[in-house]
Design a protein around this ligand. Structure first.
Ligand SMILES: [Zn+2]
Length: 324
């Protein structure tokens, strides 16, 4: 269940670049319907790790949850196990925005979050960053009006090939148009890169990776007439391949980026590398108890579970070829 990469919908928590021959989400769900609906991560978070955290967390360790949303819609995603779902219903989303406000969270942009973390600022403890991957149109229709009600700001990561003058779709969901992007930008939404074509970067030649980084950034800058220096890594982040990670971070810097978010689970902390910031995946299954536990850091244990699964998989599969 820690491997979210078995699915075909645009989630970023996956790992299936290491397991291309494995079954897709529909096959998996049809095989294990009862097990898939059981949220072991929720059970352990609420009934074990939250209690451990309550007794052990150091208040001096500043950390900021960077929430990872995709679609804000009523899509029930039939057959997709709860952990893998990428939709948050509009009603659930409004609740979550309310809980943030109620808990005193200040939704800030990535630069302000990084500043507060670096400074170990007292207000880091009640800061949150709201990110939306894939540039879906429902951000405009369902998310942004609610966020404005609560005074929250957002960062939207665009796969630029799917944003057009005329509306396009990505994996079955309608995307924003450039005109809408420009309007949202004028109203305070930050836009950043999520590549051009949303590929599995880990399997590409470095020249193709460079093009994905450079062209997406240039296109967004051209459209919104503002610098783009943040990036969201599509699909699973290959954290176990240190050589790739090191080279990729260099490429990010070379192409003008200053920070990047990933699918590695956790709150971003004082010690986090700004070029591979952790995030917390959120979907419709995040009710009040689970959502607040995640904000408090009680879900961060999933990063270790992710890493263990990835190392086990890496030992059984051939890793990325050594491209020049
Ligand atoms: Zn994505």
């Amino acid at each position: 269940m820690f491997d979210a990469g078995e699915k075909t919908h645009p989630d970023e928590a996956g790992m299936n670049h290491l397991s291309r021959s494995r079954p897709d989400a529909s096959q998996l769900a049809s095989r294990t319907p009862s097990v898939s609906m059981f949220r072991l991560d929720r059970l352990l978070t609420l009934h074990f790790f939250q209690r451990v955290l309550n007794g052990a967390r150091s208040p001096s360790e500043a950390s900021i949850p960077i929430l990872m949303y995709h679609s804000i819609s009523d899509d029930p995603e039939p057959g997709i196990p709860g952990y893998y779902r990428v939709s948050t219903s509009p009603s659930r989303f409004r609740e979550q925005m309310h809980w943030l406000k109620e808990q005193g969270y200040d939704a800030v942009g990535i630069p302000e979050a990084l500043r507060r973390l670096e400074a170990q600022a007292p207000d880091a403890a009640r800061s949150v960053v709201l990110t939306f991957d894939d540039g879906f149109h429902d951000f405009l229709r369902q998310a942004w009006p609610v966020m404005q009600d609560y005074g929250h700001t957002a960062t939207v990561f665009l796969p630029t090939a799917f944003i057009g003058a005329i509306r396009k779709s990505f994996k079955g969901r309608e995307c924003l148009t450039w005109s809408e992007v420009r309007d949202l930008h004028r109203n305070g939404v930050s836009f950043a890169s999520h590549t051009v074509t949303h590929p599995r970067l880990y399997g590409l030649e470095w020249t193709d990776i460079q093009r994905e980084l450079l062209d997406s950034r240039a296109r967004i800058e051209d459209e919104v007439q503002a610098p783009v220096i943040y990036f969201a890594y599509p699909y699973a982040y290959p954290q176990e391949d240190r050589e790739f990670v090191h080279r990729f971070e260099q490429e990010l810097l070379n192409q003008g980026y200053r920070a990047a978010v990933t699918s590695v689970i956790g709150c971003a902390g004082f010690r986090s590398n700004p070029l591979r910031l952790e995030r917390l995946p959120v979907n419709d299954g995040d009710d009040e108890q689970f959502f607040k536990a995640k904000l408090a850091g009680a879900y961060d244990w999933m990063a270790d579970a992710q890493a263990v699964v990835r190392r086990m998989k890496a030992s059984f599969h051939s890793i990325r070829p050594a491209y020049a």
